[in-house]
Ligand binder design. Structure first.
Ligand code: BGC
Length: 261
């Protein structure tokens, strides 16, 4: 039987105190990885994720850092070195979408903040991780983008720009690190049921509008991203690098074109 086996691999999942990051951390741990559960503010939540992983026999530890601060990222990686002895898998998951506002009505400082967390953060983390990953020749960096690396989204220009930037960062970094035995891949989730879009799925009218944008007519579950992350982190995905895997229930196949046109 073929199984995803991450035994002996050391992983960092950013933004793992809830939402997608939590599911990714739990599933990497279930596949055998030792997981650094990163959080910025949610210490209690991160400790709960760690306890849940340990309760199932997995290995995890919580680590705090502001990933938009390069010095804090270097300190985070040093702490992980101290606890795990190195790093093999980095999942750049932490992100924010910011308040909805069209350009002109928005706040430039918020634009900068979204870019700092969603694009600079993954860059700082990858930059710090690469020298550590070179040692094993089995390094994998997974960047969590969004269908909005492809689909424009009114009121979220910072978010869409950051995600499109993260997509091109994925490709360029994959080119730069292929000879170091490091793979760099992006996952573009569609509408996954997490706190980030609760206001939408919590209201029947906006939920229907969202479902209509998805060929499978349902939101995804966080585990459906976690399973893909575990596969991509594993040697089963040994020939995948420099590309984006959409996990979106068919959001990117223009379901509206089932009719008309
Ligand atoms: C956003 C969600 C949204 C989804 C589909 C994601 O990147 O975080 O809020 O529901 O894209 O639009």
């Amino acid at each position: 039987m073929i199984a995803i086996d991450l035994t002996g691999r050391r992983a960092l999942v950013t933004g793992a105190s809830g939402g997608l990051g939590q599911a990714i951390a739990e599933i990497l741990a279930a596949a055998g990885a030792r997981v650094a559960v990163h959080y910025r503010k949610g210490q209690a939540e991160a400790e709960q994720v760690v306890a849940a992983i340990q309760g199932k026999g997995g290995k995890a530890q919580a680590f705090q850092a502001d990933i938009s601060d390069p010095a804090a990222v270097e300190k985070l990686l040093q702490e992980i070195d101290g606890a795990f002895g190195g790093l093999d898998i980095l999942v750049n998951n932490a992100g924010m979408d910011g308040p909805r506002a069209v350009v002109g009505d928005d706040d430039p400082q918020v634009w900068e903040k979204v870019l700092a967390v969603d694009l600079m953060g993954p860059y700082y983390c990858a930059r710090a991780a690469i020298p550590r990953m070179e040692k094993c020749g089995c390094g994998v960096i997974i960047n969590i983008t969004s269908v909005h690396e492809f689909i424009p989204w009114e009121g979220y220009s910072a978010y869409t720009s950051a995600k499109a930037g993260l997509s091109m960062f994925t490709k360029t970094l994959a080119q730069e690190t292929a000879d170091k035995g490091i793979r760099v891949v992006a996952i573009a989730p569609g509408a996954i049921k997490t706190p980030i879009n609760e206001a939408v799925w919590g209201n029947p009218d906006t939920l229907k509008d969202l479902d209509d944008k998805i060929a499978m007519e349902r939101l995804g579950a966080p585990e459906e991203i976690g399973h893909v992350a575990a596969f991509l982190a594993s040697d089963l995905a040994s020939y995948i690098t420099g590309t984006t895997i959409a996990v979106d229930g068919g959001m990117l196949i223009y379901p509206d074109f089932r009719h008309g046109g």
